[in-house]
Ligand binder design. Sequence first.
Ligand SMILES: N[C@@H](CCC(=O)N[C@@H](CS)C(=O)NCC(=O)O)C(=O)O
Length: 230
Amino acid sequence: MKLKLIYFDQPFWRAEIARLSLYMSDIEFEDYRITSEDLSYLKENGALSDGSAIPFRQLPVLVIEGQSIAQTGAIARICGKISDMYPKDIIEAGKVDQVIDTVTDINVLINPSMHESDSVIKKQMRHDLSNDALPKYFGYLEEILKANDSGWFVGNEMTVADIAVWSMLGWIAQGVLDDIPRDLPRPFERLTSLYNEISKMPKVQDWKRLTYAYDEPSTGEYNYHVPDTI
Ligand SMILES: N[C@@H](CCC(=O)N[C@@H](CS)C(=O)NCC(=O)O)C(=O)O
């Protein structure tokens, strides 16, 4: 099966959910990281210059057997099915989906503060996120982990839901989001332990060595120096 994952050259959760699940299961795929020229081209044309369609002019996009699929959740389900990290049972599948959609909600909550140019307003937004919205969502996720009690969000094995949360927590734990403390997830024991256990896995360590080994310092509020522990 021919697979091409198109995203920015960043280890952001929207792409890592696909890249890491495929890598961990030894599924070959083209890890295409766009240039700034690609970005201008795709915005204008709804496709890369090689013809890969970018339906909503946003990334990630997965090209599978020449067909483009957009939207993080849709891509996560496909990659999870290919890599055997997505349950066949419809209820278990729904439980994976609800976690992925919650990571999207968290991302969407943080987004406006990333685009706020007034530093005072931005600081207030970050204060509210750190003291209210983010701990609230971390608490909900912690409850799901407690109720399942296997260490994973769903069932007894790692799924793409665990990768989504791991990667989102890594983003926060880098400390690149000004005024969101990097140790914000630490009081949530199960979340912290999920993060630390996934980081330790040999395939995850290999993936980080292969693809997170950037010499460059961070660019803005994304970063490449994802910590191994929270
Ligand atoms: N609903 C989309 C949102 C994707 C999204 O916001 N992608 C961002 C990068 S993380 C993007 O393409 N930004 C460039 C733009 O919107 O112009 C999804 O779930 O994948």
